[in-house]
Design a protein around this ligand. Structure first.
Ligand code: ZN
Length: 89
């Protein structure tokens, strides 16, 4: 698991129901891109009103603080799989 530091720290952001019928009750995990941190990606999306994609595939326009929500289990599983895959390289 020596590659963890190169991965996104799971900046957890809550989904906003703008693009989904059901309001998300969990905080999804957004992966970082080449140079932008996950937090920067989400902040930019909030400012611009653009959508982001979570590790689980959930797409939404972030607009609120996720701190009081539990982490999306699908995102957590995806992150775990990524960490395990990277760790085995
Ligand atoms: Zn998710």
């Amino acid at each position: 698991m020596t590659q963890i530091e190169t991965l996104t720290v799971p900046d957890v952001q809550i989904g906003d129901p703008a693009l989904e019928d059901e309001p998300p009750q969990v905080a999804h995990i957004v992966a970082r891109e080449d140079k932008a941190t996950a937090g920067a990606i989400v902040t930019e999306a909030m400012v611009n009103g653009t959508a982001v994609t979570a590790l689980c595939g959930f797409v939404w326009v972030p607009s609120r603080d996720p701190k009081d929500r539990p982490v999306c289990q699908a995102c957590a599983d995806a992150l775990k799989a990524i960490l395990e895959m990277r760790g085995s390289l």
